[in-house]
Write a protein that binds this ligand. Structure first.
Ligand SMILES: [Zn+2]
Length: 341
């Protein structure tokens, strides 16, 4: 039995096409998942446009933001049954004995390999998933939204676990993509005043951000940062990643404040970061997520405290991946969601 899959087959720009692939066979500790929905991530776009900075195992099926029903169960899997509604974490391969894994921080195990670049991902009908990656999805949470658990976990890790946010804090989020908007939403849940910053071309995406109760700013956030007492914002989340946004963050953060960088940018900085010393600022990176974050985010989605519907720009069949990728790439939609054929 073959199904259509969105395959990234080579490191050259544009090397993505639909290929017919066979149903994967599973190991004793895996389940076979029948995919219901899979979100398109910025990193899928980066592999398509070949400006990514991580190693890819070509050819690979794209897609790591997914959920669906369990179809087959490996011999040694316990606690799951056929038909269960689940979402999957992204760390498809980890070394369970790595000291980071032993601490529960398997997302930081350097040997970790994720779906969509290290092993075959979910932009197809069937995907092989280790049972340890699974989380149960309550009936009231539709898969079109549940597949956004993963980016919501990225935002939860950046804002809740890796940053200090208190009610009344002033928080600036740079970059109105999926991660930026979800970071703004998380900071709002913490009771912060939030400004989401973008460029002139981001108007549509900023308007979506406003639905989460944040202010939006095009360009310079300096006066918003200094509005309360002239000193700057308590926390800056950099969800854009280019060198210049870190420069702005250093400028807008208050003394003893924090900058959390969740956006990637392979270019060298080209400016001095001495103000981080002078201002006694914490510069924090944030990467991926782990089991307790997934459980908490699913609870937020299921209760409606976090609503990802405004972010979803449409649902396309995997065979229409090009249109779904293109609309996200040119900023017409914040998040494209696919479904298998
Ligand atoms: Zn992602």
């Amino acid at each position: 039995m073959k199904s259509a899959a969105v395959v990234n087959y080579a490191p050259e720009k544009g090397s993505v096409e639909i290929r017919e692939i066979v149903k994967p066979t599973i190991g004793e500790e895996d389940i076979l998942l029948e995919v219901a929905n899979v979100g398109v991530c910025g990193s899928d776009l980066h592999q398509w446009t070949a400006d990514h900075s991580w190693p890819v195992n070509y050819p690979v099926v794209l897609g790591h933001e997914f959920g669906g029903h369990i179809l087959e169960i490996g011999k040694r899997v316990i606690g799951w049954k056929e038909g269960d509604r689940v979402v999957s974490e992204t760390a498809a391969v980890i070394d369970p004995n790595n000291p980071m894994s032993r601490q529960g921080l398997y997302n930081l195990d350097p040997t970790r390999k994720g779906f969509g670049y290290g092993v075959d991902g979910a932009m197809t009908r069937f995907v092989r998933v280790p049972a340890r990656c699974l989380h149960r999805v309550p009936q009231q949470l539709a898969f079109e939204q549940a597949c956004l658990t993963e980016p919501s976990c990225v935002a939860y890790n950046a804002v809740i676990e890796n940053s200090r946010v208190k009610p009344g804090d002033r928080v600036i989020v740079i970059g109105p993509g999926t991660i930026g908007i979800l970071c703004a939403a998380m900071a709002r849940l913490c009771g912060a005043e939030v400004a989401l910053v973008g460029l002139e071309t981001d108007k549509g995406r900023l308007a979506i951000g406003r639905q989460y109760g944040c202010e939006t700013i095009i360009g310079d956030a300096q006066s918003w940062a200094r509005q309360r007492d002239g000193l700057g914002a308590d926390l800056i989340i950099d969800a854009a990643g280019v060198s210049n946004t870190l420069k702005l963050a250093i400028h807008w953060v208050r003394p003893n404040g924090q900058i959390t960088k969740v956006g990637w940018g392979p270019q060298p900085l080209g400016f001095s970061i001495d103000p981080i010393v002078q201002k006694n600022v914490t510069l924090q990176g944030s990467f991926s997520h782990n089991w307790p974050i997934w459980e908490r985010v699913i609870a937020l989605l299921a209760s409606g405290q976090l609503d990802v519907k405004p972010i979803i720009g449409g649902v396309w069949q995997v065979t229409e991946w090009h249109e779904a990728f293109e609309k996200m790439h040119n900023g017409e939609v914040v998040k494209s969601v696919l479904k298998p054929v």
